[in-house]
Design a protein around this ligand. Structure first.
Ligand SMILES: C[S@@+](CC[C@H](N)C(=O)[O-])C[C@H]1O[C@@H](n2cnc3c(N)ncnc32)[C@H](O)[C@@H]1O
Length: 367
């Protein structure tokens, strides 16, 4: 039994069943035994691999996206916050800053702010960004009130989701409780409908009887905060994650350990937990705050429009043939239809009426 499982059992025995969101939050970020708190889970030797760890091209192209947004959508402010949510090993930001050197004035104007809950990953970020002036925060709220350019890759899928089942009595929340012997976790339902149902998007509220739906109040709160900053001070945001373009029923919460699926309630703290991002809900929450939301477009489409083919060719010219083959494999993995290219999607937020962010088209503005 993991230490975290023992403490979860004690908590539930004392306080009663907890929501799936509370479970997810404690499993991932418990200050002592949380999954992200204990160690660095990324990479081939870890539990999963993310796009910036596959190739430097990913962070470089996002850096160029930032340069374009800074000059075209923000009017090249001489001081702004370049923020990243959940920066992992710091690879994306390091690659983005290197690429952004091409733009005179950009790096001088950028204050780098990283929002990271994990001490283990903060240490990795410090190494990756050695020599750069960087500030760390536990929450977006602590990032100074400046014009903001914000990146988030695979951040929202780590935020807690609540789960509900559509029953004859209405939307009833799924909870994590104990089995009859009191020594293992198991799912159950709350005794009756709670107040959350009213907050659900219609596509979830009206799901067929018996279906399970997921909703992430934490994600909505953060995207609203990003949008309010863009409205108040100017800025833009690029949010990339695995998820769906439209809200709909279905259970997507999953546990992954050593690149394989794992039971969601098994060995809490030893496996990653994530859920697909509902991009329609994020886009609506942001545009209700007064920004333009674009997409989501498939990650493959975004990277192709930002010039990944050209970047891969340039890198290959200076590479050995083995390295060139590796660059091509990475490009295919990032954009491929059966790989990350379609499952992962990108949503951009920009000041209303200021223009279309790079990699998106005017017709992809959400109404
Ligand atoms: C799946 S990893 C992605 C890392 C990185 N963006 C990448 O693409 O390699 C999720 C990141 O978000 C951080 N994180 C998760 N929940 C967080 C929260 N509530 N507040 C701040 N950081 C969080 C994790 O510690 C980790 O850095």
């Amino acid at each position: 039994m993991t230490a975290l499982l023992r403490r979860l059992i004690q908590r539930i025995a004392a306080e009663g069943p907890i929501s799936v969101a509370e479970y997810m939050a404690q499993v991932l970020l418990d200050p002592r035994d949380g999954y992200y708190v204990r160690a660095d889970p990324l990479g081939r030797a870890g539990d999963f691999t993310t796009a910036p760890e596959i190739s430097q091209m990913f962070g470089e192209l996002l850096g160029l996206w930032c340069v374009d947004a800074w000059s075209r959508l923000m009017g090249s402010p001489t001081r702004f916050a370049l923020a990243e949510l959940g920066p992992g090993r710091g690879t994306l930001m390091a690659d983005a800053l290197r690429a952004a050197q091409v733009a005179p004035g950009f790096l001088e104007a950028a204050e780098v702010h990283l929002v990271e809950a994990s001490p283990a990953l903060r240490a990795k970020q410090r190494q990756a960004l050695a020599g750069r002036d960087v500030q760390w925060h536990g929450h977006l709220d602590a990032v100074p009130d400046l014009p903001i350019l914000l990146l988030a890759n695979e951040f929202f899928d780590a935020l807690p989701v609540r789960q509900f089942v559509r029953t004859e009595r209405g939307m009833v929340e799924r909870m994590v409780g104990l089995d009859p012997a009191g020594d293992a976790l198991r799912f159950g339902l709350a005794p009756g409908p709670g107040p959350w149902a009213a907050a659900l998007p219609p596509a979830l509220r009206e799901a067929p009887l018996g279906s399970l739906v997921e909703y992430s109040p934490a994600s909505i709160g953060i995207v609203q905060a990003i949008a309010r900053r863009i409205v108040g001070r100017g800025g833009a945001a690029l949010l990339i994650d695995y998820g769906s373009a439209e809200s709909g029923p279905g259970e997507t919460l999953q546990a992954v350990r050593r690149h394989d699926r794992h039971g969601v309630l098994d060995d809490p703290g030893a496996a990653d937990l994530s859920a697909r991002v509902d991009f329609a809900a994020l886009a609506k929450a942001a545009s209700d705050e007064g920004v333009d939301a674009f997409g989501p477009v498939p990650q493959g489409t975004l990277l192709e429009r930002l010039g990944i083919a050209e970047r891969a060719r340039m890198l290959a010219q200076a590479a050995t043939s083995a390295q060139a083959a590796e660059i091509e494999r990475a490009r295919a993995r990032l954009i491929g239809g059966t790989e990350m290219g379609t499952l992962f999607k990108a949503l951009a937020l920009a000041p209303r009426g200021r223009g279309v962010p790079a990699g998106f088209a005017d017709g992809e503005r959400r109404i």
